[in-house]
Design a protein around this ligand. Structure first.
Ligand code: AMP
Length: 237
């Protein structure tokens, strides 16, 4: 007989919790309450954070890498334009974007997450909201931002980027700008999407047209501000 084991990850706690060999302290009802509590806390903490942008990017960008400086510059420019900057509150590009926002005296937000290799919130976050469940945290990235910007990154960044693109494509959220910073980093992916996804009708050309791919941080900020202005007109009109 196999010995029951505790869930190893938050996902295992949810997805495999019904298996006899995974024991958990939580009942499903308690789990649902915990999820609801995370959403409630997130909504309460972020309700006045507007206008804001969500900035995604690698947790691994080294502090002495040019990419870190560019990410900080992006955060600063967004902050100077009057935008709150929401990141995952972790290290690397997230930290850099928070640093830039702080330098611009803008609100610097970190949506931190329980991870096995526990890392502290970066020191440039002014408003931290902590999450156990990735999916609750994702709601916050999407709900409180008027645009999504992705700096070079890995799986986490790709996941967040495609989450936003899917929600826009399926009209679950408004047509907010999705901006990829770094032509060299993102160019190959965009080409692949054109050559494979558009060409073989897996997405529509408009799905790709809504993505701005640029190295120009000012162009990125202008695109965000134009969208914020459009949204404000739509909200008041
Ligand atoms: P990656 O591109 O794989 O480095 O993942 C970065 C993205 O995933 C960020 O935009 C974060 O939202 C999330 N993420 C990954 N690692 C962390 C971390 N240590 N702290 C907070 N968020 C993280």
């Amino acid at each position: 007989m196999t010995t029951p084991k505790h869930p190893l990850t938050p996902d295992e706690e949810v997805i495999r919790a019904q298996e006899m060999r995974v024991v958990s302290e939580l009942t499903d009802e308690q789990r649902v309450l915990r999820m609801a509590d995370e959403l409630r806390r997130g909504f309460a903490a972020l309700t006045n954070v507007s206008p804001a942008v969500s900035v995604f990017g690698s947790a691994r960008t080294a502090i002495d890498h040019p990419e870190y400086r560019r990410s900080a510059e992006l955060g600063r420019k967004l902050g100077e334009a009057g935008l709150a900057v929401i990141t995952g509150g972790g290290p690397g590009a997230m930290e850099a974007a928070n640093k830039g926002a702080r330098e611009a005296n803008a609100l610097s937000v970190g949506l931190t997450i329980d991870l096995p290799a526990e890392e502290r919130v970066n020191r440039y976050v002014d408003l931290e909201v902590h999450f156990h469940y990735f999916f609750c945290r994702k709601v916050m990235f999407v709900r409180y931002a008027s645009a999504y910007l992705a700096l070079p990154g890995g799986f986490g960044t790709l996941d967040e980027l495609f989450e936003c693109l899917t929600l826009i494509q399926t009209q679950k959220i408004r047509d907010f700008p999705v901006i990829l910073i770094g032509v060299e980093h993102w160019g190959g992916l965009v080409n692949w999407m054109r050559d494979e996804l558009v060409r073989y009708h897996r997405i529509s050309p408009e799905d790709l047209d809504r993505i701005l791919l640029t190295d120009d941080l000012d162009e990125a900020v202008e695109r965000v501000l134009a969208a914020v202005a459009r949204q404000q007109i739509a909200d008041t009109g």
